[in-house]
Ligand binder design. Structure first.
Ligand SMILES: Cc1cc2nc3c(=O)[nH]c(=O)nc-3n(C[C@H](O)[C@H](O)[C@H](O)COP(=O)(O)OP(=O)(O)OC[C@H]3O[C@@H](n4cnc5c(N)ncnc54)[C@H](O)[C@@H]3O)c2cc1C
Length: 292
């Protein structure tokens, strides 16, 4: 590993100030589960590191019925996975959290790291996107908030400036008769990267027949996590049925923009998108009906 300067500020303001004054060429360190392998094996050599380990204000999970769920960017996936409110009200986030590597990985890996690493295969991101998450970003000029889906600009690329820090994500309280599901395909059961993933969020009408709201997000099949807007439009207003899920699966497969690589061909990924869309829609609707 190359030499670098190391800073461990104890407040968000101090961390931002460091990034601002030291300028380009630095890297933020959260759990290090992406950054450390990149520095050791993949030729990433930051001039300096700003560790967030002592920035307590970035950690924590808060919920209120009016405000929804707020998760600090420095919160580890082990905490997300075990939080009673997240488990009971935002289960799709638990599904995403549980897929991040192993239990050991989840003890280190943070929400902010999964977002800001900006891997098209990031497993927590589609779960947050279908839950309608917003990202809060802070820099020397203040704070800004934007839909999480708009944070990503390409593989490993985000809208964050070099002196900005993701401070957290906000998820609104889910409406009644709704559920989200995130599923991925990996060749191995664990410790593998998604060949394709699909997150869905569905709300049904009072009679539990018709879909009133739908969000669909595809992972590992485009340069960024991809909102499948044509699929969403095809679902809204329709009666939930196997035939509809199959049609939605076909549209989602068409919306995907996969590449072929060592993990799977583009054609295989489209087949996976269809299968995962059908399965996740089936599970989401079944979850809503079971809760009645
Ligand atoms: C064995 C193993 C298995 C894994 N399996 C999976 C998996 O199945 N699915 C999956 O999605 N990921 C997986 N990962 C990747 C990784 O664990 C996750 O992406 C994790 O969430 C990264 O979080 P971190 O806190 O470790 O980030 P770090 O490695 O500390 O940082 C990642 C990137 O985000 C930036 N960053 C971190 N926090 C902030 C912030 N608050 N503001 C701005 N920039 C920030 C860093 O500068 C860096 O560029 C795996 C990793 C390992 C080592």
């Amino acid at each position: 590993m190359h030499r670098f300067e190391y800073y461990a500020p104890s407040s968000l303001a101090e961390a931002i100030d460091l990034l601002h004054t030291k300028g380009e060429g630095g890297k933020i360190l959260a759990g290090g589960t992406d950054l450390m392998p990149q520095m050791k094996e993949r030729g990433r050599h930051p001039k300096y590191i700003v560790s967030l380990k002592d920035v307590a204000e970035l950690r924590g999970i808060r919920f209120s019925e009016q405000d929804g769920l707020r998760i600090g960017a420095g919160t580890r996936f082990a905490a997300v996975r075990e939080d009673p409110t997240v488990k009971s009200r935002f289960n799709v986030l638990v599904q995403g959290a549980k897929l991040i590597g192993s239990l050991q990985t989840q003890n280190l890996a943070t929400v902010g790291g999964n977002v800001c690493n900006a891997a098209p295969s990031a497993d927590a991101v589609p779960a947050f996107i279908v839950a309608d998450a917003e990202a809060t970003i802070q820099g020397p000029d203040g704070r800004r908030t934007l839909p999480l889906k708009d944070v990503f600009t390409g593989p490993g690329q985000t809208v964050l400036a070099a002196d900005e820090i993701l401070t957290g994500v906000h998820v609104p309280t889910p409406p009644p008769r709704s559920a989200g599901v995130y599923l991925r395909h990996v060749p191995r059961k664990e410790l593998d990267i998604a060949v394709a993933g699909v997150g869905v969020f569905i709300q049904l009408d009072e009679s539990l027949q018709r879909i009133t709201h739908a969000r669909v997000c595809l992972s590992s099949v485009a340069p960024v996590p991809l909102r499948a807007t044509q699929t969403e439009a095809a679902l809204v207003g329709q009666t939930a049925s196997e035939e509809l899920y199959q049609r939605a699966g076909d549209i989602a497969a068409g919306e995907a923009r996969p590449i072929s690589d060592q993990r799977g061909s583009a054609a295989f990924r489209r087949v996976l998108v269809k299968a995962l869309t059908v399965k996740s829609l089936t599970q989401a609707v079944a979850t809503i009906k079971a809760a009645r």
